[in-house]
Design a protein around this ligand. Structure first.
Ligand code: UDP
Length: 402
């Protein structure tokens, strides 16, 4: 219930949400993405969709289907958009992408909606279904600051067919986009089981269930098993920290259904750490919200050492739980962490280790940074702000004259 958010906001902000949505009552909105569980997009939609409905905006969420070949290609595309790897897109991959898009276009009804949000590249070909009077918005969750040019050209042709697009930060936007472009950072839901308050005894019980020693500091990274999250770099930094501090590392992850690489990265990680009794690689189902919540709360320092990162909801999740986050100086992470104030931005394994050590040596600093971190999230990265931005954008697109 929206009213329950009043304890995190002032009442005016809630009233404003009701006011903004007044003209939107009864319109129909559809969100389409490629997985119902696992990863940030599913996480956001699971909170956003019910809130939009509560405000009278009739909102549905649908998920495309695809086979391995399709998701292998879209994962490759995802990687190439994140990073300019020297690879190209093959014509047989494009043909298959269209084949699966065609299949989804026949099973997903889009005609009965006024506004259609398409999240990320996997479903973006559905734009062929747009009919007169509808507004289609492409919502990008990827760090597209330095894409591979072939990959960018591939998606750019789709993007420009939309009515508007949304990126997390201005750095991700390219000159070649010719449609109205909005900057809307993502958000976390403070009432979601992943972020809601927990009893200390529950946190302890979960940490003990995983075999963690409650007397030793815990350093944690929560992420899908993905090379771009650099779990191997986290292990390397931890080994440097461990030379000075007797501590433990948790790498908590899961494999999303639209990411065929997850299993491979997980197995490699397990094989590299099998003899390390202080390193806990936890592969949990993608809806293990309580466990993620408890591990984040029970951590002394949280790390997010991504090589590239669209946003990194896990950073805000940890900051909300008053944890200082040591995060890579990339993409959306640098939007969340205020370097030296709420945590640290780092550029290397060595830098990560130095900052973790610095925090472990200073419990007062951990506390002060944690308090500031929570405030930053409260002001900038809660779902209510996200909701407001989306409603205003929808209003502008539907009701402004062209
Ligand atoms: N997450 C989770 N279990 C995992 C790994 C991730 O519940 O094993 C959640 C995490 O808490 C966050 C989301 O999935 O809410 C990941 O979003 P983020 O933006 O950090 O990364 P993405 O996976 O979208 O690249």
């Amino acid at each position: 219930m929206l009213d329950n958010y009043v304890r995190f906001l002032d009442e005016m902000s809630l009233r404003e949400l009701h006011l903004i949505s007044r003209d939107l009552r009864g319109i129909r909105v559809l969100h389409v993405n490629s997985t119902s569980k696992g990863g940030g997009v599913a996480e956001i939609l699971s909170s956003l969709v019910p809130l939009m409905n509560e405000l009278g905006v009739r909102t549905d969420w649908k998920v495309i289907e695809g086979d391995n070949k399709f998701f292998n290609f879209t994962k490759k595309l995802h990687n190439l958009l994140h990073y300019p790897y020297p690879d190209s897109i093959e014509s047989n991959e494009i043909v298959h992408y269209f084949k699966i898009t065609y299949y989804n276009s026949s099973r997903i009804d889009t005609e009965n909606y006024d506004v259609v949000f398409i999240h990320d590249p996997q479903p973006m070909g559905l734009i062929v279904k747009k009919v007169i009077g509808q507004k289609w918005i492409w919502r990008c969750h990827i760090d597209t600051s330095t894409p591979n040019p072939h990959a960018w050209r591939f998606i750019e042709n789709f993007i420009n067919a939309y009515d508007a697009c949304v990126f997390h930060i201005p750095e991700f936007v390219h000159e070649s986009i010719r449609i109205p472009t909005y900057i809307i950072p993502p958000s976390i839901d403070p009432l979601h089981p992943k972020n809601a308050e927990l009893l200390e005894s529950d946190v302890k019980a979960i940490l003990e269930k995983f075999g963690l020693d409650l007397e030793k500091p815990i350093i944690t990274q929560v992420s899908r098993f993905d090379k771009l999250k650099d779990p191997f770099g986290v292990v390397a930094a931890f080994k440097v920290v461990r030379k000075k501090y007797d501590c433990q590392l948790v790498l908590l992850g899961s494999c999303a259904s639209d990411d065929p690489e997850g299993e491979v990265v997980y197995k490699e990680l397990v094989s590299q750490t099998v003899d390390e009794k202080d390193i806990f690689v936890l592969n949990l189902p993608p809806d293990s919200h309580l466990e993620v919540n408890a591990v984040q709360r029970g951590s002394t320092v949280v790390v997010q050492k991504s090589i590239k990162e669209g946003f990194g909801l896990v950073v805000s999740e940890a900051m909300w739980k008053m944890k200082p986050v040591v995060g890579s100086n990339v993409g959306g992470i640098k939007e969340q962490i205020l370097d030296g104030i709420t945590g640290y931005l780092v550029n290397s394994v060595e830098g990560t280790a130095v900052r973790i050590r610095q925090l472990l040596s200073n419990p007062e600093l951990i506390k002060t940074m944690g308090i500031r971190a929570r405030e930053r999230v409260r002001h900038r990265f809660l779902i209510t702000r996200h909701l407001r931005d989306y409603l205003l954008m929808i209003k502008k697109l539907l009701f402004s004259s062209p």
